[in-house]
Design a protein around this ligand. Sequence first.
Ligand SMILES: [Fe+2]
Length: 383
Amino acid sequence: MVRVFSTTPRIVMGPGSVKTIGAEVKALGIKRVMIVTDKGVIAAGLMKPIEESLKASKIGYAVFDRVEPDPRYEIVADCVLAARNSHAQMLIGLGGGSPMDITKTSAVMLTNKGPIGAYFGINLIPKRGLPTILIPTTAGTGSEVTPVAILSDEGEKLKKGIVSPYLYPALAILDAELTAALPPHVTAATGMDALIHAVEAYTSVNATAITDMYCIKAIELLYGNIRTAYAKGDNLDARAAMMEGAMLAGIAFANAGVTAVHAFAYPIGAEFHIPHGIANTLMLPHVIRFNVLGNLEKFARLAGPFGIRADGLDALAAVDKVIAAIDRLVDDLRVPRHLADFKVKEKDIPMLAEGAMKVTRLLANNPRTLTLEDAKRIYRAAL
Ligand SMILES: [Fe+2]
């Protein structure tokens, strides 16, 4: 089996590192950029240090702030037009997964004819796009180190993925200060998403020794710090560990892929507008219970990075302890446990199961073969 490992070529990290952006842009020989973000990021004052740094380095900039949560792919056309009008040579994505994914997609749409619908899928983009810099303001998606962009298709009520090496940014800047003011429920949802990336990449059929290494460190950092970041948001050490963990998890799943948890989360996210990290968390224990048989040894080895003493335990008992640790964590973070908490009903299950089965890009990575009947059973367990 041929395997490839790739990632973002340059990662600048540390509290305050966002102030290097002017120098970084200048070093690339670029004179004019457009920042792609959303109104929440601007209201939180996170753009200020970036603007100051760009001004100090005499870099001209425009701002596109119309990214919405779970962005519709139509936003890309608006962003491309704004970038053309501003003569930007580079796009800077600032925010959570949505601004970063709109940045990545718009950058390639500036050099490719489209239509965008032709690029949903794997490796369908013909040409390299404009260069990008990605600056996450949550510790979750890992989008700064993945060749993936996820956009909503409102018509089909589905989230769709574009996967292409041209979506990697020229560089990523990870500044934990940008996450210090995130409210606890966002810290919980985004942090759980990152933790799930690492768990899924570790148990994916495409895992390699390289991705395993990233997953284990990511789980240690994320599981070890998420409670502190949730309970004491201004603890910068915990925030920096979360950001690094989310990035490592991103590197892992960019190469090994995520599995059925994400496939099951997409239809409930699209249909019931449940935030991505919460949708994943709702499905996680139920998918693990199903998937365990596909790779018992690997699931049991999760005990280590979760800090669980498993010596003397058989593999199934170790997995039970991992699931118990996840359940306890979900309670501590006050994330709802049931789909019914979001008004999902028994009658919705066939439609959701059919939606999940369409996410073949992710189900191909799943450690256990899954049928439509299995999918219904898993959703029912999560109800
Ligand atoms: Fe995710």
